[in-house]
Write a protein that binds this ligand. Structure first.
Ligand SMILES: Nc1ncnc2c1ncn2[C@@H]1O[C@H](COP(=O)(O)OP(=O)(O)O)[C@@H](O)[C@H]1O
Ligand SMILES: [Mg+2]
Length: 295
C-alpha cells in the first residue's frame, strides 16, 4: 500500500514538473512582433481605390516580394509605408512606429531604392554618398568609414571618384543601394530595383542584397516583374491585383495552392492573363473592371 501510494506520488510529481517546464517554456518563447504590420490599408485617389483593405505582416529578416501587375497598388503601398503618402484608412507599423505620427523614427528605420534614379549625375560616387550621409546626420567621424565599407560591398570603391554621368545602369543601381544603406537601416525597400538591367547585373545586385540580409538580418521588401527573380530570392510573397491581396505565402505554398510548377505559372493563375496598362485613365480602369465583372 505504502509502495503504491509513493509510486502514485511520484507520478503526480512528474506530471506537475512536466507542466511547470511547459509553462516556463511557453513564457520564455518570444513571439517576435512583425517588423512591418499592415492591417486593412486603403488608399483612395479622388474616389478611385488604389489600395483596398490590404493586410500583411513581415517578420524581421524576411525577404518579402510584393508582386502584381502594373497599376496593382505596389508603389502606393510602399509610399505609404515610407511616409511619402498618407493612407485613407488602415493601421500600419514600420519597425513598431507609426508612419503618420512618428515619421522621423520610421524614416530612420528604412532605406529605399526607387525605380527612377535619384543620383546627382554631376557629382562623383563618393560625393553622392557624402551628401546623403550629411542629410541623414551620420556622425562626422563615421562617414568615411561607412562610405568605404558600403562602396566596397557593391564593388564601387575603385570608382569612387568617377562622375555618376559616366556610370552604367548597373553601377548606378549599385551606388543607389550603397547610398540608401548609409544609415544602417533595419528595413530596405526596393521598388523594381532591377528593372532594365541585364541578367549578370541583376544577379550581382541580388548577391549583395542577399549578403546584407544574411549578415545584418536586414529585412528586404521588394517589387519586381521578374518572377524567376522573386522565386529565387523571396522567402515570402504577397500578390496584389486591382488593389487587393489575392495570395500570400511562400513560393512553395503558392505553387501548391494553384497546382502549378513555377511562381510565374502560379502568378498567372492568380492574376489572369490580361495585359494591364500602367497609365490607364480612370475611365479605362472602370471599363476594364466592368469587363472583369461581366466575366
Ligand atoms: N497620385 C496619384 N493620383 C491618382 N492616381 C494614382 C496616384 N498614384 C497612383 N495612382 C493610381 O493608383 C493605382 C496604383 O498605382 P501604383 O501603386 O503606382 O501601382 P503599381 O506600383 O502596382 O504599378 C494606379 O491605377 C495608378 O494610376
Ligand atoms: Mg510601381
Amino acid at each position: 500500500m505504502i509502495l503504491k501510494f509513493s509510486s502514485f506520488k511520484i507520478k503526480m510529481l512528474k506530471t506537475i514538473m512536466r507542466w511547470e517546464v511547459f509553462i516556463f517554456m511557453s513564457k520564455n518563447i518570444k513571439t517576435e512582433k512583425p517588423i512591418i504590420e499592415v492591417k486593412d490599408l486603403t488608399k483612395k485617389f479622388n474616389g478611385f481605390t488604389a489600395v483596398d483593405k490590404v493586410s500583411f505582416n513581415i517578420i524581421k529578416g524576411d525577404i518579402f516580394a510584393f508582386l502584381g501587375p502594373n497599376g496593382a497598388g505596389k508603389t502606393t503601398t510602399i509610399r505609404i509605408l515610407t511616409t511619402l503618402l498618407r493612407p485613407t484608412e488602415g493601421k500600419i507599423k514600420v519597425n513598431s512606429y507609426d508612419p503618420i505620427t512618428q515619421q522621423d523614427k520610421v524614416r530612420k528605420s528604412f532605406g529605399i531604392v526607387f525605380q527612377d534614379s535619384s543620383l546627382d549625375d554631376e557629382l562623383t560616387a563618393y560625393e553622392n554618398m557624402k551628401l546623403h550621409a550629411v542629410l541623414y546626420k551620420i556622425p562626422k567621424e563615421d562617414i568615411e568609414k561607412r562610405i568605404k565599407g558600403l562602396l566596397e560591398i557593391v564593388d564601387l570603391w575603385g570608382r569612387k571618384d568617377g562622375f555618376v554621368k559616366t556610370f552604367s545602369g548597373g553601377m548606378r543601381r549599385r551606388l543607389e543601394i550603397a547610398r540608401s544603406l548609409l544609415h544602417y537601416p533595419k528595413i530596405f525597400f526596393m521598388d523594381e530595383p532591377t528593372l532594365g538591367l541585364d541578367a549578370q547585373t541583376r544577379n550581382s545586385i541580388w548577391e549583395h542584397i542577399n549578403n546584407l540580409n544574411k549578415k545584418y538580418k536586414t529585412t528586404i521588401f521588394f517589387t519586381t516583374h521578374y518572377l524567376e527573380e522573386a522565386e529565387k530570392m523571396a522567402k515570402t510573397i504577397a500578390i496584389i491585383d486591382n488593389g487587393k491581396i489575392v495570395a500570400k505565402g511562400t513560393v512553395k505554398q503558392l505553387k501548391k495552392d494553384t497546382n502549378t510548377k513555377s511562381l510565374e505559372e502560379a502568378y498567372l493563375a492568380l492574376t489572369g492573363k490580361n495585359i494591364r496598362e500602367e497609365n490607364a485613365t480612370a475611365k479605362d480602369r472602370m471599363s476594364m473592371r466592368m469587363r472583369q465583372r461581366r466575366r
